[in-house]
Design a protein around this ligand. Structure first.
Ligand code: ZN
Length: 444
């Protein structure tokens, strides 16, 4: 008995000693630190890597680079680091290794780099689910691809830019079962890319192809760099109550949002910049008046195309999902605003609605949505092919009206509705004249 008591007592003493040591270390060096690094995230993207530090308070930091080998050194003043660094760089092509050293005054983090990069470092104030952050972007130095001018007479494929909303630091809306909008949008975007690429005469490029954030301005400049003819931005809706459901299609306008819902949606998309970390971009969104003054004919033309596609996409979407709005909605979305490229924003459903949240994570439903968007875009560009595009050569055959042929006779012969035949040929009435050339859509 005595022996056991002694052992127990010894153990208690040992534990007490350990506790005291731990306690002492807690209150010696560390307790003096005013700030702490509580999280580190690494987001590799095709043209940059973003590294985000969660810090308890506004970060006080200095940084510099070293070469041979290339390194980035960041000193966080009066800060302790509690994040393990071992595996942070495992999946990143630009950072080879994170290491740190701490002293009373600071934590020094050293990032060993694969080469030298163009560097942006900026702090972000708390936004949404995030507290203070310090953001580091390592950009590839050759990241701006030269715009290849394509001759207007022969554009060949219609290039569709697909912008999966949100990504990386910016999860978008989060459903009650934990579904992230950024995941849903990327899944639909990839399915849409596949069906479009299977379509002769169309080609799709993804503006974002992985889980990383792309500045909203960068999204449109990427679309421009890739010679995109039409841009579709994929999102999933959310509202602060679970009631609203259904899909909607948005076209950008400069007018102020009218309904509470559209204000809510537009503000929510603006929040992306705060979450995703747009850096200097945030300021420029206040310049919508300037953008409006600079608006030109091409903008009006692009608005026409945008509405045309929007209507066709709605027509297809309503076959497979409930519509929240059955006509194109106007919104002042940053991702579409600065663009002279015709574009729509598709809200594929409400992630805040329980049934739709489930549907949106369902691969088969995502495929249906992708198919509907593809069909909508295709039918617009078949009916209104871009000059020099493949669709212009196959979209229509020509028919010269002969004696005895009426619109209804031709509609029946070519298996097309009267109204479709009229709209394709911009006919106001049912009368046609001999010798007139009509456009007849090819089937398939
Ligand atoms: Zn969104």
């Amino acid at each position: 008995m005595d022996h056991i008591v002694y052992l127990v007592r010894a153990r208690i003493q040992a534990v007490a000693l350990l506790c005291m040591l731990a306690f002492a270390s807690l209150f010696s060096v560390d307790s003096l630190a005013a700030n702490s690094i509580d999280g580190i995230r690494v987001w590799p993207a095709p043209e940059n890597t973003r590294i985000v530090f969660d810090v308890k308070n506004k970060p006080d930091y200095k940084y510099f680079t070293l070469s041979n080998p290339d390194r980035l050194v960041i000193d966080f003043t009066d800060t302790k680091n509690s994040v393990p660094l071992n595996n942070l760089a495992a999946n990143d092509p630009r950072v080879k290794l994170f290491r740190s050293s701490s002293s009373k005054e600071k934590t020094r983090l050293v990032l060993e780099l694969s080469q030298s990069y163009q560097l942006t470092v900026f702090p972000l104030a708390p936004a949404g689910q995030y507290g203070n952050r310090l953001v580091i972007d390592l950009y590839d130095k050759n990241r701006s691809p030269k715009v290849v001018a394509t001759p207007k007479e022969n554009i060949g494929d219609i290039i569709i830019g697909i912008d999966a909303g949100h990504g990386g630091e910016d999860p978008g809306s989060i459903g009650s079962k934990g579904t992230y909008e950024k995941k849903v949008t990327l899944a639909i975007a990839k399915k849409l890319q596949k069906v479009i690429n299977e379509e002769k005469g169309m080609k799709a490029v993804l503006i974002r192809s992985g889980d990383y954030y792309v500045d909203l301005n960068r999204r449109t400049s990427l679309a421009r760099d890739k010679n995109v003819h039409f841009l579709v931005s994929i999102h999933a809706d959310a509202f602060h109550t679970p009631g609203p459901s259904g899909a909607s299609v948005w076209v950008v306008t400069q007018s102020r949002a009218e309904s509470e819902l559209s204000r809510w949606l537009v503000n929510r998309e603006k929040k992306s910049e705060l979450l995703g970390g747009g850096g200097g971009v945030i300021k420029t969104t206040a310049d919508s008046n300037l953008a409006l003054t600079l608006a030109d004919m091409s903008k009006e033309h692009s608005l026409g195309v945008s509405f045309g596609v929007a209507n066709n996409v709605i027509k297809e979407l309503r076959k497979i999902t409930k519509m929240h709005k059955s006509t194109p909605q106007n919104g002042n979305f940053a991702v579409l605003k600065s663009s002279d490229i015709p574009s729509i924003l598709v809200e594929t459903g409400f992630i805040s609605n329980h049934a739709e949240e489930k549907n949106l994570t369902w691969s088969k439903h995502q495929q249906r949505l992708a198919d509907a968007i593809h069909q909508g875009i295709k039918s617009h560009f078949l009916a209104h092919p871009l000059t020099g595009s493949y669709f212009a050569s196959i979209g229509y055959k020509k028919h010269k009206v002969r004696s005895g042929e009426s619109l209804s006779v031709l509609a029946e012969r070519y298996n097309i509705s009267m109204s479709k035949l009229k709209s394709i040929n911009n006919l106001k009435t049912n009368s046609i004249r001999i010798g007139q050339t009509l456009k007849i859509p090819r089937t398939g």
